[in-house]
Write a protein that binds this ligand. Structure first.
Ligand SMILES: Cc1cc2nc3c(=O)[nH]c(=O)nc-3n(C[C@H](O)[C@H](O)[C@H](O)COP(=O)(O)OP(=O)(O)OC[C@H]3O[C@@H](n4cnc5c(N)ncnc54)[C@H](O)[C@@H]3O)c2cc1C
Length: 274
């Protein structure tokens, strides 16, 4: 099937793009890397009159260093992080995580803003953003606002974005040089979305553990983080993680509990090796 007819608005500034969305009255939509939107258009799953192409807007590709945090422009592509063209606020985690997303062809086009705006529960940047306490910068023709990622993602494929709003940037705190991270992703074969994805972070005094690809917004696991700091290992660690997953209110099957528990324990093991 081919996409239905639409107008293509090739905005060259953020202001132009926001005006085009405002005038679209709900029938205009942003086009970032097109990796998810173009197949949806071809299947006629995304009704619209106008596509607002963001690829010519220089300000959406910028990086702003605010001292303690960095704001990454929404149109930075996964490959920009993978190839080290932008600074890494997380001691190498951004570069590593980007390199594990899909295939290189997808990473050349797919953007961090598109991934977060789509809010696929298995999207890698969603879990990374939750680990790093991301703040999402949003703009419309009426003004700007900043939301915590936990308030931005309201469910699978659902965000707090209004029809006339654009995600303009992702703000992440810089990690202290001593902070270490652990990473573990379960997928059937390279390039596929994760079946489970866990990340752990610790500077020795504070820790954070997140489970992703969990049928909704990623889960922040506070008890697992305490267990990480306390040095729990093996079956004791696994039992703490399993209990926390069971209490998370997500209705996981026993198979999913095993999968997510394994990913979380292995992410913690990965951190401890660093
Ligand atoms: C074969 C394949 C495998 C993949 N595997 C993985 C994987 O393993 N892990 C992973 O994390 N991802 C994976 N992806 C997803 C991919 O990496 C992209 O993140 C995703 O397709 C969306 O990014 P995009 O820039 O292409 O957005 P688009 O497809 O252009 O847009 C997606 C949606 O977001 C909206 N949008 C885009 N940008 C903005 C913005 N700035 N403001 C507001 N709304 C916006 C669009 O209107 C659209 O609704 C895969 C994709 C493919 C095709």
């Amino acid at each position: 099937m081919k996409a239905a007819k639409f107008e293509l608005d090739q905005a060259v500034s953020l202001e132009q793009a926001l005006q085009a969305l405002a005038q679209g009255a709900g029938m205009a939509r942003a086009l970032a890397g097109g990796q998810s939107l173009v197949p949806m258009l071809n299947l006629r799953l995304a009704p619209l009159d106008t596509l607002v192409d963001l690829s010519r807007i220089a300000e959406l590709k910028q990086v702003h260093d605010l001292g303690n945090s960095i704001v990454y422009g929404a149109m930075l592509r996964h490959a920009d992080f993978e190839d080290g063209r932008v600074p890494d606020c997380a001691n190498g985690l951004m570069q590593h995580a980007a390199g594990q997303i899909a295939y290189r062809a997808v990473r050349n086009r797919g953007t961090i803003g598109g991934a977060l705006a789509l809010a696929d529960p298995a999207a890698d940047w969603l879990t990374v953003g939750m680990l790093l306490d991301a703040r999402i910068h949003v703009a419309s023709a009426n003004g700007k606002r900043v939301l915590p990622l936990s308030g931005f993602v309201v469910g699978p494929y659902m965000t707090a974005l209004e029809e006339n709003e654009l995600l303009t940037g992702i703000e992440l705190q810089k990690l202290a040089p001593a902070a270490r991270w652990g990473y573990y992703k379960v997928m059937r074969k390279t390039g596929e979305y994760a079946d489970s994805f866990a990340l752990a972070l610790s500077d020795g005094a504070r820790a954070r553990v997140v489970a992703g690809a969990v049928d909704g917004a990623p889960l922040v696991l506070d008890q697992a983080a305490q267990a990480l700091l306390a040095g729990a290992t093996g079956p004791a660690l696994a039992a703490i993680v399993e209990d926390e997953l069971n209490d998370a209110g997500r209705d996981f099957t026993p198979g999913k509990i095993l999968l997510h528990r394994t990913a979380v324990c292995r992410a913690i093991d990965d951190l401890r090796k660093k």
